[in-house]
Design a binder for this molecule. Sequence first.
Ligand code: BES
Ligand code: MN
Ligand code: ZN
Length: 495
Amino acid sequence: MRFSVTTSPIDKPKASLRAVALFHKRKLGIHGEALDQALDGRVAGVIKAGESDGDAGSTLLIPAPAKGAAGIVLVGLGPRKDFSRKSVRKACSALAKLLVERPADTVAIAVDDLLPPDQSIGWLVHTLVSAIGDAGYRFTTYKGKEEVKPVRLKTVILCVTEEQEAEAERACAEAEAILAGAQHTRDLGNAPPNVIYPEALAEDARELARKHKKLKATVLDEKELKKLGAGAILAVGQGSERPPRLIALEYSGAGKDDAPIVLVGKGITFDTGGISLKPGEAMDEMKYDMCGAATVLGVMKAVAELKLPLNVIGVVTSAENMPDGRACRPGDIITTMSGQTVEILNTDAEGRLVLCDALTWVERFKPKAVIDIATLTGACIVALGHQTSAVLGNNEELVDALKTAGIASHDRTWELPLWEEYQEQLKSNFADMANIGGRPAGTITAACFLSRFAEEYPWAHLDIAGVAWKSGKEKGATGRPVPLLMRYLLDQVAR
Ligand code: BES
Ligand code: MN
Ligand code: ZN
């Protein structure tokens, strides 16, 4: 799908559909009025007939009068007085749904009519592009041709005013790159766990580095991990036939002296729970336990495509958590790269183990900030559901920047406390710490564990267990939190 920006009026571009806003009381926007006049009152006629009330989230398609002419979509926005980001988001998803279901290949959208007072055209373009792009995503690699109904929409033309043009162009380019990054993340997440294993993630990183000059990939195998003393990553991976990997993808878009922002993704390519085996129900969804890693790779792709003037390093810490004769056991004590020892009381708390060595390893980059991204705890879903990720960290400015970026991108994150007192739950009788903190506050004690390995730099942790994929009929990766992290990085550029 291609998106482009134009200042020509809505009735001009060659298109199979034209979309205009419709408010309550059957009121068209400025561009809708102009289009209606160009069509000798055809639109107003349909509205007068009472076919649509213009409720927010409703759509009405007026079919093309003849072959080669354009159909018209009336996008409901509700009452003018409630014209806000909320009603526009609703309208954008309804429009997106209609567009990808129609046999139309080109649509022109009267964007200016969809812009609420006091909102930037950049925000609106981001919202439209991501709604339409997300709705048009399909994962069909393993489906027979007969069953797949392809999305016909190829070209989306955004009609804006001359004053809006420059900002709209910039936002459109950003939004397309973010979309491509998020789709990469979704593809990796949806791919089956017999195809995605640690070395496959390494290969994906190398592939990205081959495509983009400013990216450099480094892959550490189990021998190198042993040399580094990465006892925690190795312990998680030792039950699998497919050995663990620690992967770095370095993007240099700023000077050598500019400290990098480091992103660390949990890449458990399948989480059986290990010897502390998970129950069987929906265990297939534990293929998504690498969505943190997939997010990092998707973000790096978008960063490279946008050539951001920043230094960003994407790190993926990857293993497969399997039960086996060689697997680690509850009771095992391991020594992490940091030198701290951990008593593994539950082999299903493996995410924090692969992450802790990665957090130590990234000290070598002297980072300005480190953000880890992980499907870390089921407790996060209990606490926050599927609407928001959790953020915790040791640096208020960094946590606040992530919260702000989450609101701006509507890929929201909500802070949980990381108070000292919770650390006590990690006490072990035999090692420096245990890898679990008991039932209460599971998301917080997981972050407490990580915090002990992240003392050398400003750090934040995103628990994405509730947002990285959907279950049930719509099962599939969401691409979150690529939009949130890209907003954060773009905000850093603007600073
Ligand atoms: N990958 C899981 C967390 C998870 C579970 C995410 C379900 C999304 C849906 C993680 O490795 C895990 O198993 N965590 C345990 C930790 C517990 C043993 C302390 C959990 O949440 O039950
Ligand atoms: Mn687990
Ligand atoms: Zn896991």
